[in-house]
Design a protein around this ligand. Structure first.
Ligand code: NCN
Ligand code: DMD
Length: 355
């Protein structure tokens, strides 16, 4: 079996016994039932994903930033030049990006993965070489990737997840860097949810009205050229046709974490669209994902609703890199810590109104 086949075969849905035990456990803790709101559901979901209650504390966390370039950049869909992708990789490796500051704040490690940066990158500490191609082809003219390239990038993501868990990570956080990747994200979201490009295409790094209108038409053309406007293609073909190499690698990263029952916190719209592809390959992967935040990009809310995931943080972030996922990590840890440390009505001698 290939790494991808092995991984897909290993993914299990949330364990119903652990889910039920965790729900009952929440109701015995010294707080009014439901008082921790969304955090109660997060802890219960992690128990289901781990198949044990209480679930393991999701720490330490490891951020993987998957970097790649996009042929569709040639259509004028981003105000930023393509070389910013490789320049930001240098910034991540030097510790100078927002993702580095947030990772330091929450005690997460940072790994940068070149899965498809157009420029050559010299070996450096913290950089993983997983280059599948020097960027994708222009999806508005034909498929962005071959199916073989998409599989190679998926397997890079799986391998990165496996390596980080082997090194001790107990929570994975997705990160991305790729100028023009919000265009590919919008196309993936349309293809997987059936929504119109005008509803899900956003301003990315901050495009003006004229560029936004062009971006919507580029997404529409990419869907048409690749036969994704109505007719159904497989998840893998869809990912290859309009995804980016970082989308494929992030989808693999989610599958790799899920196969090992290690939770993965999703960052923004790039991760959300990659999760749609991962769910198309193995629907149970969603049970192992936590939506870290909701980004300002309109397609992100559409993707999360389709996946049935509720974002934890809403701060109008639209940076990527894993920044929103990292900010959610302490919340996820706090939700699980409750299950380990909070007394029950019985153990603390607190009168339960239900007793
Ligand atoms: O995470 C998000 O939701 C998000 C929203 C807008 C922009 N980004 C980041 O900005 C870059 C893509 O923006 P653009 O306008 O070039 O498509 C890419 O590096 C992403 O990490 C990320
Ligand atoms: C400067 C810059 C930093 C980023 N980080 C993620 N995407 C980005 C896009 C730009 C343009």
């Amino acid at each position: 079996m290939t790494i991808l086949e092995q991984t897909l075969a290993a993914i299990r849905p949330a364990d119903p016994d652990a889910l039920a035990e965790a729900r009952a456990h929440q109701d015995r803790l010294t707080k009014p039932r439901g008082a921790l709101g969304v955090l109660e559901e997060v802890a219960v979901r992690l128990a289901g994903a781990a198949a044990v209650n209480p679930p393991p504390l999701p720490a330490p966390a490891a951020l993987a930033i998957f970097a790649a370039d996009h042929g569709v950049h040639a259509q004028g869909v981003s105000p930023w030049p393509q070389e910013v992708t490789v320049q930001m990789v240098g910034n991540f490796l030097a510790g100078g990006a927002v993702a580095n500051a947030f990772a330091a704040q929450v005690g997460a490690s940072v790994t940068v993965v070149d899965v498809g940066v157009a420029a050559e990158l010299a070996p450096a500490p913290g950089l993983t070489h997983g280059k599948v191609a020097h960027g994708t082809a222009d999806m508005s003219l034909g498929p962005a990737m071959t199916v073989e390239q998409a599989v190679a990038a998926l397997e890079t993501g799986i391998t990165v997840a496996r390596d980080l868990v082997a090194q001790g990570a107990r929570c994975l956080v997705t990160g991305d860097m790729g100028i023009a990747n919000t265009t590919a994200s919008a196309a993936l979201i349309c293809a997987f949810t059936g929504r119109d490009p005008a509803e899900v295409t956003g301003r990315g790094t901050g495009v003006d009205d004229e560029t936004l209108a062009r971006k919507v038409e580029v997404v529409r053309r990419a869907l048409r050229v690749n036969g994704l406007d109505g007719s159904s293609r497989s998840a893998l073909e869809t990912l290859a046709a309009v995804g980016g190499l970082e989308h494929a690698a992030i989808a693999g990263f989610l599958l790799g974490g899920a196969a090992l029952r290690v939770p993965v916190i999703l960052d923004g719209v790039i991760a959300g669209s990659a999760a749609l592809a991962a769910a198309g390959l193995a629907s149970d992967v969603v049970d192992h994902c936590v939506a870290g935040h909701r980004s300002a990009e309109p397609g992100h809310a559409v993707a999360l609703a389709h996946l049935g995931l509720r974002p934890l943080v809403e701060l109008e972030l639209r940076l990527g890199e894993g920044t929103g996922g990292l900010l959610a990590h302490p919340l996820v840890c706090a939700a699980v810590r409750v299950m380990h440390e909070v007394a029950t009505f019985d153990s603390a001698g607190v009168t339960d109104k239900e007793a």
